[in-house]
Design a protein around this ligand. Structure first.
Ligand SMILES: [Zn+2]
Ligand SMILES: [Zn+2]
Length: 267
C-alpha cells in the first residue's frame, strides 16, 4: 500500500525518518557491458523488475534514461500500474530500432493486455502509446549477456516470479518458497526478501519467515522489502540478525553479475 498508508496516522506513517517512507517495490539492475570489439565504449545496461504505481517518481529519482528490458513478477496493481510511464523510455528504444521488451508470464501478460488495451490491442491506434512488446518469461532470460533466472514462488494461491541474477536474488511477494526454488537460490550472497509485518498474512511473508529463509539460503546479506506500516525501520532493524537489514527506498547494492560465457563483473 506504500507508507504512509492512505488514511493512517500510526507512528510509522507519521515517522520523520525518511526510511519509513516507502513507495511500492521495484528494483533496477544496472551494469556496464564491456565491448566485444577492443577500443569501443562500454555500454550502460539497465533492467527493471516491475513497474508499480510509483514508477515515474522512482525513475526520476534513479535518473533512468534508458532501459533494456522490464521483467514482471506478477500482475497485481502494486507491480504493474506504472507501465504507461515507460512511454518516454520506450520511445528512445523505438528510435534506436526496437520496442522495449517486457518479459511476463502468460497470466501477467493477459492482465497487462487487458489493463492497457489501448497499448497492446492489435487495433491500437493511439499515436503515443508505449512502444513495448510483451515476451514470454522463460526459466532463463538473457539480456545483453546477463542471465536472469526465474525463481517461482507462491504468493497465496498464485505462482509469481522472483529473479536471480549473478550472486543476487530478488523476491517480493512470497508466502512460500517451494523446495525446487530453494535449489535455484543456492550460493546466493545478496538476497532481497519480503517482510510485510510480524502478524501472519495469507499471501505475504512475515519478518520471522523471511529471517528463517535467509538463514536457510545462507546469503551473506539479506535486505527486507515489501514492508507495511506495521514495521518501523529503526526498531525492526534492532531486532534482526546482523546480516538481515530493512531495505529503504533508493538503497543501492553492489551485485556480482556473470557475463554468459565466463568472466564475472561488478555492477
Ligand atoms: Zn502481489
Ligand atoms: Zn506486491
Amino acid at each position: 500500500m506504500g507508507v504512509p498508508t492512505v488514511g493512517c496516522t500510526c507512528a510509522v506513517c507519521k515517522s520523520p525518518d525518511p526510511r519509513d517512507r516507502r513507495l511500492r517495490p521495484s528494483v533496477l539492475v544496472r551494469w556496464k557491458e564491456r565491448p566485444s570489439e577492443p577500443g569501443s565504449a562500454e555500454r550502460p545496461r539497465a533492467v527493471l523488475v516491475d513497474t508499480g504505481p510509483d514508477f515515474r517518481q522512482q525513475a526520476l529519482r534513479a535518473g533512468i534514461a534508458h532501459l533494456d528490458a522490464v521483467l514482471y513478477t506478477h500482475s497485481h496493481a502494486d507491480h504493474i500500474l506504472g507501465m504507461d510511464d515507460l512511454r518516454p523510455l520506450s520511445f528512445i528504444s523505438h528510435h534506436a530500432g526496437g520496442s522495449l521488451p517486457l518479459y511476463a508470464s502468460i497470466e501477467t501478460a493477459s492482465v497487462l493486455e487487458r489493463v492497457y488495451d489501448y497499448t497492446f490491442s492489435p487495433n491500437a491506434t493511439y499515436a503515443t502509446r508505449a512502444r513495448v512488446e510483451i515476451r514470454p518469461l522463460g526459466e532463463r532470460t538473457m539480456i545483453h549477456h546477463v542471465e536472469f533466472i526465474q525463481v517461482p514462488v507462491l504468493h497465496g494461491q498464485m505462482e509469481v516470479a522472483g529473479f536471480r541474477f549473478g550472486d543476487t536474488a530478488y523476491l517480493t511477494d512470497v508466502s512460500e518458497i517451494p523446495e525446487t526454488s530453494f535449489a535455484l537460490l543456492e550460493g546466493v550472497q545478496t538476497l532481497v526478501l519480503p517482510a510485510l509485518r510480524h502478524k501472519p498474512h495469507p499471501t505475504h511473508a512475515t519478518v520471522e519467515q523471511a529471517v528463517g529463509w535467509s538463514r536457510r539460503i545462507g546469503a551473506r546479506q539479506t535486505w527486507l522489502t515489501h514492508i507495511a506500516h506495521e514495521l518501523g525501520h529503526e526498531e525492526t532493524n534492532r531486532m534482526l540478525p546482523e546480516n538481515v537489514r530493512m531495505a529503504w527506498d533508493g538503497l543501492e547494492i553492489p551485485v556480482r553479475l556473470h557475463r554468459a560465457g565466463g568472466e564475472g563483473r561488478r555492477a
